[in-house]
Design a protein around this ligand. Sequence first.
Ligand code: NOJ
Length: 718
Amino acid sequence: MDLKALLGQMTLEEKIGQLIQLSADFFGESTELTGPAQSWGLSIEELSSIGTCIGGKNAAEIRKIQEEHLKIDRNKIPLIFMRDIIHGYRTVYPIGLGLVGSFDPELVGECTEMAAKEAAAGGLHLTFAPMVDLVRDARWGRVMESCGEDPLLASTMGAAQVKAFQGEDISSRDHLAACVKHFAAYGAGESGRDYNSVEISERTLRQFYLPSYKACIDAGVKMLMPSFNDMNGIPSTANPFLMKRILRDEWHYDGAVISDWAAIWELTVHGVAADMKEAARLAFENGCHIEMLSSAYYKHLAELVREGVITEEAVDDAVMHVLRLKDELGLFDDPFHQADDARGEAMYLSPEHREVARRASEESAVLLKNDGTLPFSEDVKKVAIVGPFADEQAMIGPWSALGKTEEAVSVTSGVRALLPNAEISVHKACGYLFDELDKSGFADAIEAAKNADAVIICVGEPAHYSGEGNSRTDIGLPGVQADLVNEITAVNKNSAVLIFNGRPLALSNIYKNAPAILDMWFPGSEGGNAAAALLFGRANPCGKLAMTFPRAVGQCPIYYNRMLTGRPKKGPEEVYKPFTSGYLDCGNLPLFFFGEGLSYTTFEYNAMTLDTHELDEKGSIKVTVSLTNTGERAGKEVVQLYLRDKASSAVRPIQELIAFKKITLEANESAEVCFEITEPMLRFWNAQNEYISEAGEFELFVGYADHRYISDEFTLVK
Ligand code: NOJ
C-alpha cells in the first residue's frame, strides 16, 4: 500500500480520526448512530474515520463492524481491533505471575502462541500485552499480570511473549501485534495502591524497572502503552523524560504508542492539564499517537493544528505510525485478517490446547512446604476435599479475554477423574471473602477430615481481589480460611493445602500447622486436573516463586535483590537487634523467597567451576555447575546463578540473578549446566548514572535468594 499517497488524500479531520480509539459499542450500522457515539455527539462522517477499536466479542461481530466501517470510510482504511489477552483468550492458562515461575520461556511462548492463534481466529489484531511492570509490593493487585520482581526474568518472559504473539510476521493468520505496558514503573506505586504516585530515583528506575520494557522493544514489539501513574510528579502519558528522552532518543523506539484507557483525560484529573485541550497537547507532544477512549484528540487536535500549536507534519507522523501498523498487519489486503469463528471454535479448549494449559498449570505451581505428605498415594480410599475452592470453577483468574468459569476443571472434578474409585466428599466449609466469618460449615468438614485417608484443603483469595484496581492492605487468607486450615490439619496430618491466589499472600498463620502447601495461583481452565496430577504424584512440582512472599504485610515492599544497608541485621532472623535494620516484631526475611520452590525429588549441587577467575572486557568466564537428582523420581530443577558486586561506586543489591537454566533429570542422573559471564553482564548504573562496569571483585553463587549452595569469586580487571 502506498501509505504516503493515502495520507496525501486525507483531510486533517480524517487524519485525526486515525488517532482515536473507541470501543466496539460505538460502532453500529453504517447508517445509524447508536449509544455512546450519540452521547459523544459524533457524526457518521466522524465515526467513519476512526482508526482503531477496543473489543469485539468474536470474529462475526468484528467482521460486521469492519464491513460497515469500510462502507462509510471515504478512504477505505480498515480498523485495527485490539483487546487485552493476558492469560489466555478462551483456553485459559495460569496468570502471568504464576506462569513466569515456570522459569521456562519456551512454555511461556507456547501458551502465548496458543492465545494468539485463538484470538486471531476471533478477529483480534493486537493485544495489550505483555505487561512487564516490575513488582515488589504484594498489596498491588496487578502483580498477578506481571512477570515478577526480577529484571532478568521479566525481560526474558516479556520478550518471549512478544515473539510468540507476533511470530515472524504479524500479517500471518495466527499472530497478533503486541503492546508492551505500562511504561514506566507502574508497579512502584506508593503503598501498593493502584494508579498511585511513583517516587523513584533515576538509578533505580534504570537499573531495575526499565530493562523489561527495553527487552520487549528489542524483541520488536509493535506498540507501547504509557502508564497511568505519575512518576516523580509527571504522569507518564505526558512525561518527556520517559516518552522522549528514554523511549525515542536513547532507545530509538519507532513503533506506535497508545494511551491507557482515558489516560489523556486523566491528565486534567492529575492536575497537570488545565483542560482537555491542554491534555491533548501534552500527550500529543510527548509522542502519544492514539488516544484510548477519551475525547481530547477528537475535540481539540484539529483546533491545536489550526492555531499553529501543533504542526500538521506532526499529525502526519502520528498517523503514519497507525497506517504502517495496519499495513504490516496486512489489513489493506485482508481487513478481516482471516478471522474465522469456526476455526476458533475448533481450537478453543480442544484437547491440544487443554494439554498446553494443564502443563502450564503444573509447571507454574510452587510447592512451598512439604513434610513428606505429598504426593498422596493413589491407593487412598477416602478423600475429603475441603474449603471454598474445593469445587470452585472460578479459579481461572481475573483476566482472560473470553475465558468461562464453567469451562474450567475444579479440584474436585480433577481428583474425581484421577481417582474414579475413591470415595470423595466435598465440604465448602466457609467463604473466601473478608467478611465471610461464618464457621458453621466447619463441623462437617472436620468430621469428614477425621475419617479421610487424605485431605485436600483448598483456600485462597477470590479472583476479584487481584487485578486492576484491587489493592489490599491485609494480604492474609481472607475470612476464616486460616482457622479452617488449622482446625483441619489438627485432626488429620495427611492434609495438603492448595492456595489459589493472584498475589503473594502472607501465610505465616498457617505455615506451621500445614503439612504441605502447594501454591496453584489462578491456574486457568485446567487447574483442577493439574492440581490432581501434582497432589497424587503424576506430575512433579517444579515452579519457583517469581515474587517474594512476606511473613507479614508490614514487610512490603519486600524483594530478594535488596540493597545492603550500613547496619544489616545479622544472626538469627527472629531476634531483634537494637540499632540494626530490622523490625521489633518480625524478622527481615520473607516466608518464601524469590526463586524458591520444592520438588518431590531432591537435587544436590556438587560443584561450580570457573575456567578462569579473572575477566577482562573482551573475555568471558565459563561457569560449570554440576548437580545430581538424588531422589527417587525424575524432576525439573531451575539452576539459578546469582552475582554480588563486592565494592562499587553505588550500593549494589545483595544478590542479583544473572542467568538461569531449567533442566530435567531422571532419578540418580547428574548433569553439568554451563553459563558464560561477560563484562556487559556486570554493568550497572554507577554513582554518576553511567551504565558501566567497575573493576573489582565479584561473588558468584548458585542457589536462590539468600540460599547459597555453592559460591566462588572472580575479579574484573580493566
Ligand atoms: C486499563 C489497563 O490499565 C490496561 O492495562 C489495559 O490494557 C486497558 N485498560 C485496556 O483494557
